[in-house]
Every structure is written in structure tokens, then in C-alpha cells.
Design a binder for this molecule. Structure first.
Ligand code: SF4
Ligand code: SF4
Length: 108
């Protein structure tokens, strides 16, 4: 991503989230119809990418600069029975501190 585009995105951010969604290896791509993307309220935050481990399939990646940590992508329905977010436990909510410790400081 171009630096200028990142800077433009960061202008939209008022404050840093405390947690971020990170997709783990359990992501199946939901057979090409990712449920999580339909729950995320932030445009272009959850992106479809090619799954390097399974040819011709997709998986999801989260743009850490856009994620607001709202947890809608992992939300369970009433009594934990109805799944609204990821049905495969493929999304981890990670503290911003841990994320930046691993990946470096984000350019908010
Ligand atoms: S935590 Fe919220 S903003 Fe972040 S990926 Fe999930 S639904 Fe989108
Ligand atoms: S809902 Fe879960 S398994 Fe499906 S695409 Fe999203 S992260 Fe991957």
C-alpha cells in the first residue's frame, strides 16, 4: 500500500483501538462467502486474499489500520447458539500492545 494512502486512512482514525482482530490459520474463507465480512462495519477492513495453503481458495486478512476492535466479526448470537460472526474461531482479538510488539508500531 502506498504511504500516501496509509496516511490518508490514518487521518480518519480519531483514536487507537485497544484490541484488533487478527485472522488465524483456521480461516476457511467460508467457501468463498466470508461471514465475517458481512458483519464488519468498517469498509475494506476485512479483505479477501488468496489462501497460500489451499489453491484456488480465499482467506481473509484484516487491515490493522482500519480495524476498530468492535468484535462484531466474532460475535455470537443469543445464548451462544446463533452464530453471527466467524463460525470457525478463526479470528483472534489481540491487544494493540501485543500486535505492535510483534509487528512494529502502526502508523495511525
Ligand atoms: S473487530 Fe470490528 S472492525 Fe475489526 S475486523 Fe472485526 S468487525 Fe471489523
Ligand atoms: S468467518 Fe471466519 S472462517 Fe469465514 S472467512 Fe471469516 S475469518 Fe475466515
Amino acid at each position: 500500500m502506498a504511504v500516501a494512502e496509509k496516511a490518508k486512512r490514518s487521518e480518519k482514525r480519531k483514536r487507537k483501538p485497544k484490541i484488533l482482530a487478527v485472522i488465524n490459520d483456521a480461516c476457511t474463507g467460508c467457501g468463498g462467502s466470508p461471514i465475517c465480512v458481512t458483519e464488519c462495519p468498517v469498509d475494506n477492513c476485512m479483505l479477501e486474499v488468496q489462501n497460500p495453503d489451499v489453491p484456488h481458495t480465499i482467506r481473509i486478512e484484516v487491515d490493522p489500520l482500519l480495524c476498530i476492535g468492535c468484535k462484531k466479526c466474532i460475535t455470537k448470537g443469543p445464548m451462544d447458539t446463533l452464530l453471527e460472526g466467524c463460525p470457525w474461531d478463526a479470528i483472534d482479538m489481540v491487544s494493540l500492545q501485543n500486535f505492535e510488539g510483534e509487528h512494529g508500531e502502526l502508523a495511525y
